[in-house]
Design a protein around this ligand. Structure first.
Ligand code: ADP
Ligand code: MG
Length: 817
């Protein structure tokens, strides 16, 4: 019944991922093991035979308490307890105690298992006697020196391994950490104050000196040094030694002497002499003593809490960090180690209450399980050496294969810069078409070819982008703040062109920046006003549109590169009708004075016109401008194409004429002078002409290619703008006509969601017949052409837009019928 497989729990601190250990076969991966609990009874002449009875199996202990008559004749006071443990040691020698309690734990440590042995009990019950023993009498030495002896004896028995032993001795007193070996010379990181650190390997104490010992005697010296320091410190620092916890740790590291074996094991044995477990109140302590007593009770009760939690299968969180003791013992209590608890009790009647409480602690501890596992690690240096050997062997193997396959010597080493540059050039030639194939040599070369494809591609992308940047001002079209900031700074004119930029010559010369004209009245606004049948709309510091400004507006449209496409004309006409320059009304104080809302919102097409002239004027302007640039480039591309075709035709004609001349010359008999072919002037001129045409052809073709790239880019910008315009319109439409104003106010401050983006499910009840709706929608979408339907389909995000789409599709179907 000692070892029971309990359900896996994943809460017990760090897990060690070890490979199955084939040789030792002792790895119990995933097997949970209960904490072994023993009781040692301190010998006494005054043993309470009537109260304490041992079971025949030497594993159980029964306690019988006489009824306390002071509590009255009838009371429910419990008088009998029975505790079953892994062993009861009474009148046991130090030797027997070691054999029973510690021997296996120490033995397993040399196979890579961590181990912890802890002594618990009231002051004077024999914890220190059990753990350290008497230092004067060898026979009465305790677990610590015996463990060290066993470790060194086992090392002698394992000549196949190089095993190192280190020790440390830690004292925890009043939640402070003390290094009991700090008086010894030690080279290592000294961190004061010491701290408890957790890493994947477990818990360790940063700043605690860890001393290498090569033989038994050295180890004993360290132990005695520590014991002496423990006593001295208790005097000089006025500590009560019964209130401190001491943890002596033996660290083992075993490397195989076979160099090819990369694995090595590590383990540590914690030997813990806990503070006296007697409860506070009994001693009636005060002041300093009270503080100590409280601390002791605290850390031991935290230990108890942790143990209760560990014993409860349902508990997820184990409170290890509540005090230094449980934190330092975290990987021992809940981890991967072999764990033993030895409870020291008095056998005297007067101590029965403490004895009972100690035994209760032991029975709680019995419920705790740990998951012992080998701490196996890999020696990086040995691994590298072994891999190097393996690599050399495989290279030889490859060379043999190559020669058998009649392949010339192939180099499999990593490529140097020159080789990579050669591959880069191959890739470039391949892309240009001057190289038909790239020969496959080996895997490394194939990977590098792909790599260089990526390099070339990204370089080309950058080149295209920087070429475009030279021509256009690239501002995020959604970033209105940036646009207006740039405008204010005078870096761009209203059309978004850099000031002085030659390309922008046809646009908006001399137009005042848009944002500098607040409260300007517009025709469309009037229309809107009429529709709202409201006269209360305040114009702010309104001034009639000046003739000059209108002139500018007109001249601007005249300067726009003409386009054959109807929608652009459409737009320019519309633009002439309405003064497009209008500030964003938001954020201005006059917004509060907006007219009351109409009971029915205006039809969307009308509202859209209005939006384009008001809130959306800026986006609309950018949109139109991009479109006109796009159209201009398209026009140029088509002109260039025409020119190219014309050149091509002329080239064909010239070639024909040249061929005719040639055949004529051949017929008439060639005239040679000193090996030089003599041709007449006509033929010579034709040759020159053809050469010239070819040159023209190439230049034009290059232009066309550039233009196409530009067109693609501009198209993208236009699409973006269109989407933005429609999205902004929908938001604005929602905000203006559907969302209650008080709700908008509530949504506004600090929120990143604009009220208009909130879905309004009934938003699309246009209230007209299907044909009407369709024609109106067409009007809305017309400037963008039928493409915008598909665009919409893809980009609709909000429910509002979803409804819009549904309506639109329904209408299209109706139209088809
Ligand atoms: P604790 O550390 O629990 O306070 P100690 O180990 O200091 O108790 O024991 C108190 C005294 O009892 C010491 O003098 C010790 O030698 C003695 N003692 C404890 N246990 C035994 C034992 N099993 N046999 C002989 N003497 C013991
Ligand atoms: Mg003690």
């Amino acid at each position: 019944m000692d070892e029971e497989a309990a359900p896996e729990r994943d809460k017990n601190g760090p897990k060690f991922h070890c490979l199955p250990h084939s040789t030792q076969g002792s790895a119990r991966m995933g097997t949970r093991k209960k904490v072994h609990t023993f009781v040692r009874v301190k010998p006494t002449d005054d043993f309470a035979h009537e109260m304490i009875k041992y079971g025949d199996d030497n594993k159980s202990i029964d306690i019988h308490l006489k009824k306390d008559t002071r509590r009255g004749v009838v009371n429910n006071q419990q008088t009998d307890w029975s505790f079953k443990l892994d062993g009861v040691l009474h009148n046991a020698s130090q030797d027997l105690v070691y054999e029973t309690v510690a021997k296996d734990v120490v033995a397993q440590a040399l196979d890579g298992y961590n181990g912890t042995i802890m002594c618990y009990g009231q002051t004077g019950a024999g914890k220190t006697y059990t753990m350290t023993g008497t230092t004067e009498n060898y026979k009465h030495r305790g677990i610590l020196p015996r463990a060290l002896q066993q470790v060194f004896r086992m090392i002698e028995e394992r000549p196949t391994h190089a095993i190192t032993v280190r020790v440390s001795y830690l004292e925890i007193y009043n939640e402070s950490l003390f290094d009991l070996l700090s008086t010894l010379p030690y080279v290592g990181p000294s961190v004061t104050p010491m701290t408890i650190v957790e890493n994947p390997q477990g818990v360790f104490i940063k700043g605690l000196s860890v001393h290498l010992t090569s033989q038994e005697e050295d180890a004993f010296s360290l132990l005695f040094e520590g014991e002496t320091n423990r006593i001295i410190a208790s005097h000089t620092m006025n500590k009560n030694s019964s209130r401190s916890h001491c943890i002596f740790t033996i660290y083992v590291e075993a490397h195989s002497r076979t160099l090819s074996d990369e694995k090595y094991i590590t383990s540590k044995i914690n030997l813990v002499d806990l503070a006296g477990s007697e409860r506070l109140g009994k001693s009636g302590s005060e002041g300093r003593v009270l503080k100590e007593a409280t601390y002791i009770n605290k850390s031991l009760s935290f230990l108890e809490q942790a143990i209760v939690a560990l014993g409860d299968q349902k508990r997820e969180h184990i409170p290890f960090r509540q005090c230094k003791l449980t934190h330092a013992l975290k990987d021992s209590l809940g981890g991967n180690c072999n764990m033993v608890l030895l409870t020291n009790i008095y056998g005297e009647a007067a101590q029965l209450e403490e004895t009972l409480s100690s035994l209760r602690f032991a029975s709680r501890m019995k419920l705790v399980t740990t998951e012992p596992a080998i701490n196996e690690k890999y020696d990086a240096e040995r691994m590298v050496k072994n891999l190097e050997k393996e690599l050399a062997l495989l290279k030889q193997e490859l060379a043999i294969h190559d020669s058998l396959a009649n392949r010339t010597l192939v180099n499999y080493d990593p490529m140097d810069e020159i080789q990579i540059a050669e591959i880069n050039s191959q890739v470039r030639r391949y892309l240009e078409g001057t190289l038909d194939e790239i020969d496959i040599i080996n895997l490394r070369q194939i990977q590098e070819v792909f790599n260089q494809f990526r390099v070339v591609l990204s370089q080309q992308e950058q080149e295209v982008e920087s070429a475009l940047r030279r021509k256009y001002t690239l501002i995020d079209k959604n970033d209105f703040a940036a646009i207006s900031a740039v405008q204010k700074a005078g870096l761009v004119d209203v059309d978004g062109h850099l000031v002085g930029e030659p390309d922008g010559q046809g646009f908006g010369l001399g137009v005042t920046p848009f944002s500098a004209k607040p409260g300007k009245k517009s025709k469309s606004k009037k229309t809107f006003k009429e529709q709202l049948s409201s006269s209360a709309r305040k114009e702010g510091a309104s001034s009639p549109v000046s003739g000059k400004e209108l002139d500018v507006s007109t001249s601007k449209t005249q300067l726009t590169p003409s386009s054959k496409e109807g929608d652009v004309k459409d737009m320019t006409i519309r633009e002439r009708e309405t003064s497009s320059i209008e500030p964003l009304p938001s954020d201005s104080p006059k917004e509060e004075l907006r007219p009351p809302r109409p009971s029915t919102p205006p039809p969307k097409p009308v509202a859209f016109e209005d939006f384009k002239n008001e809130r959306g004027s800026e986006i609309n302007r950018i949109f139109k401008e991009n479109k006109s640039i796009l159209n201009e480039r398209r026009k140029r591309a088509s002109e260039t194409t025409q020119r190219i075709n014309a050149i091509k035709r002329e080239m064909d004609v010239t070639k024909e004429a040249l061929n005719f001349q040639k055949s004529l010359r051949e017929k008439q008999g060639e005239y040679e002078n000193k090996g030089l072919m003599i041709i007449d002037e006509e033929e010579f001129l034709l040759i020159l002409k053809l050469k010239d045409l070819k040159k023209q052809y190439r230049t034009e073709y290059q232009d066309l290619r550039d233009l196409r790239a530009e067109i693609q880019y501009c198209q993208h910008l236009v699409d973006q703008c269109r989407h933005r315009l429609l999205t902004e319109f929908d938001i604005w439409y929602n905000e203006s006509f559907f969302i209650p104003e008080d709700l908008q106010v509530a949504l506004k401050p600090g929120g990143s969601i604009r009220p208009g983006m909130v879905p309004v499910s009934r938003i699309m009840s246009l209230g007209e017949d299907a044909q009407d709706k369709f024609s109106q929608l067409q009007q809305v979408l017309l400037p963008e052409g039928p493409d915008s339907v598909a665009f919409y389909n893809a980009k609709v995000k909000t429910e509002q837009k979803h409804n819009y789409l549904k309506t639109m599709m329904g209408l299209q179907q109706a139209h088809r019928k």
